[in-house]
Write a protein that binds this ligand. Sequence first.
Ligand code: ADP
Length: 647
Amino acid sequence: MPASQVRLLLVDDDPAAIQIMGRMLAQYPDQRFATSGEAALQLAREATPDLILLDADMPGIGGLDVCKALKADPDLARVPVIFVTSHGTTALQVAALQEGAADFVTKPLLASQLTARVRVQLRGKAEAEDAHRHPHADSPAAPPSPGGQRARLLIVDDDTASIHILHHTLADIGTLHFAKTGAQALRLAREMRPDLILLDAHMPGLDGFDVCRSLKADPAFRHVPIVFVTRFADARYETRALDLGAADFVAKPYSPAVLQARVRNLLELKWRTDAELHAVLEQGRQLGDARIADIVAGASDAIITYDAQERIVLVNAAACGLFGVVNESVLGAPARSLLGAELAREVHAGGEVERATLARSDGSRFPIEMSVSVVGHGAQRLTTAMLRDVSERERFEAESRSRLKAEAASQAMSMTMACIAHEIGNPLSGMLGFAELMVADRGHPLAADQARRLQHIVTSGRSLQQLMRDVLELGRCGSGRLSVVLLALDTATCIDEAIAAVAPLAAQAGIVASLEATGPPRHAMADKGRLQQCLVNLLSNAIKYGRPGGWVCVGVAGDGQEVEISISDNGIGIDPVQQQHLFEPFNRLGRQTTSTAGAGLGLVITRQLVEAMQGRLQVRSAPGKGSCFTIVLPGATPTPAQAAGPP
Ligand code: ADP
């Protein structure tokens, strides 16, 4: 905390003494003054100070009573109180320290000494608050028990006589450990983790200041109080020690009772801080555990943990779902009851299992992917297996593999057919050309029989030519060589032209083909030639598979985004099983035995063309009722000329 924010309360019945202290502590500008015990308590309750400097000897409520009242008030108990007095008798010092005073200084005061003592108390307070907010990982793991456990004190002094006296003074307070050099002190401190260290300032080799500096740099010793006990009662040493992190500086010769009281107070403070730290850490740990438990419980992967005896100690909901078991029935059961003997053995032996097949409680088997982690050793070992059911993924992969294979085979066949069609195409054109010449040659008329047979040759040749064209087209679609030029088209115009193209076929079949009355013109992004090819294919089918006297109707709808052109008929319809094979090349769904001409390629080509124009082809059909094929294309904004309409 910056000095400017520290609030001090200076209490003395002598205003001159307050003035002197105030000046010594000028670096803390927020100072409040009280010249009586009552005023001190009132001021402290009005605005909690960070530190109180308290005169012991005042008329009315004396310093000791003020201290007692402060320590009894939960809001003020933590405020450090430094007694400042001109006659520091041992009895008074002990009494003050027993009332909870943090320190006791005797006048005449040196500014450096007083400020160093104030700094120590403010630092201790800040550290305790900081520990509460951010517990350090090196903080005590077990709760300290001020009642049950004896304090461990480390006494560091190179002088045997001094050690002897300290032993005598502090034996009642705790278990004493001794070090005679600085190096030994550091080693022992790290080994035994004392609750308090008494340190001689001047020793050969590493002196007390070095030891203090080294220990305070280690977070594990941040809250361990260090008390300097030295025969060099020099204010400079005192200031230096306190600024290095020491909690107190006691000059020899000291009063045993005062030293005992000081040590007890410091130990109590440390235990309180430790207890708070522990409570915060414990709370954090429990919070952590609860969160981890939530995460594990809600994980989508199955998690199973088992101990060194291979007994299941944890299964999450996903694992229960995967194996078809309930939590209670598997906790404590052997790991092999879920993982199977072989897999459990392999995992336990540290083998890396990535894929395996497991069985559910109903006997069904499923493939899994698995990762294993192990924590702890020997009897403490915990093995965690994380499993994922990959049956869906494997099925999907198998499906895509066979689809790709089928597509590749179909593409290869289309290409072969296209090559054959191309090779047959030329001689076929020659044969047809000569046959048609013979039909048309008036100079050499044929006999009626011959003319009829020749007409058969021409008709069959034309069918074969159409088939060759279709096969070539299919080959182009399959090889990605199909090119389309997408423009904004008025769909009604295309439909009219397509209906005109199939009019002779419709008339021959006795079917009426018409465009439904539509609303405003709808424009689609499409290739005109290809769209017409699609419409003619679908219209021809609707006529071919219609019924005599029936109808074929073309409707247009759209929402601006898309345009739908639907070709409906009231023909023979297609049953649901047949619909699944509708787009297979050369599959005529049983119509090959009828007299209806066709090769089973029209719909395959139509769908490929529609998709090449970024559209899709949809089918609805009911046997005996009719069919509806819908071409869905991206909508388009008409060009200005189209928008203006025909001249
Ligand atoms: P094709 O007409 O040359 O046989 P298509 O690929 O155009 O080949 O059609 C495949 C099959 O789908 C047809 O043989 C027919 O059985 C069925 N089909 C197509 N359109 C219709 C329709 N409008 N009504 C009933 N069946 C149809």
